[in-house]
Design a protein around this ligand. Structure first.
Ligand SMILES: [Zn+2]
Length: 222
């Protein structure tokens, strides 16, 4: 775990401070060895990562992503930290945190994008099939787009499209966008009849829609 700033003083104990920008400051006694400090930080690593994820999520002007250790990446609404590993079978693995092979750092953006795309395809297909089956919709195919602001669309040929960025959103929000596009199979426009179809399936759709309007900008790899 990376220490951004180490401040030694005549104190007796070690204190870990996660700054507002997610940087880790450690305050330590003058003579405590670096190895011992590092060890204490590792023991608190889970706590630090959780705090860093919180402060990054709360920070309105987060710096551009560098694919560095400790940066967090959203998946189904949860932030997961990035760890860099020296050598791995796959360039990117997900195990409640993201493990990126050090050699893959220069291609990190593409690798993450591809990972999100494949997750998006699997999860959206499963959810769309589930809602289609339960509520009697039929669509022709489902494709994954790279749209930045358009979460989903529904073509006249019954093709549903969803941007891979949506897989960063919580499951409730994913479901809302899927139901929204399925409802367009019945009602093309955003008429009262259209919203009645959505509401019949998701009575709380307004809350979900509002969440997306407010937080959609955070669903990004930028
Ligand atoms: Zn629509």
């Amino acid at each position: 775990m990376h220490i951004d700033q180490l401040i030694r003083s005549r104190r007796k104990t070690v204190a870990l401070i996660v700054e507002r920008d997610g940087q880790l400051t450690v305050r330590a006694p003058l003579r405590l060895s670096l190895a011992r400090i590092q060890e204490m930080v590792e023991q608190k690593a889970d706590w630090v990562r959780r705090k860093q994820a919180q402060s990054r999520a709360a920070s309105p002007t987060s710096p551009p992503r560098q694919f560095a250790v400790g940066e967090t990446f959203l998946f189904l609404g949860q932030p997961y930290p990035l760890e860099i590993v020296p050598r791995a079978a796959d360039p990117l693995q997900f195990e409640e945190l993201f493990l990126l092979d050090q050699r893959a750092i220069p291609r990190a953006r593409d690798i993450f994008t591809n990972w999100y795309k494949s997750q998006a395809r699997a999860i959206f297909t499963e959810r769309a099939n589930e809602y289609a089956r339960r509520f009697g919709f039929s669509f022709d195919r489902l494709r994954i787009s790279s749209a930045r602001t358009r979460w989903g669309s529904c073509s006249s040929r019954a093709t549903l499209s969803f941007t891979w960025r949506l897989v960063m959103a919580p499951p409730d929000i994913v479901d809302y966008v899927i139901v929204h596009e399925l409802a367009h199979l019945r009602e093309k426009n955003h008429s009262a009849a259209f919203w009645a179809v959505v509401q019949a399936i998701l009575p709380d759709y307004k809350t979900r829609r509002k969440w997306l309007k407010t937080n959609g900008g955070q669903l990004t790899l930028d």
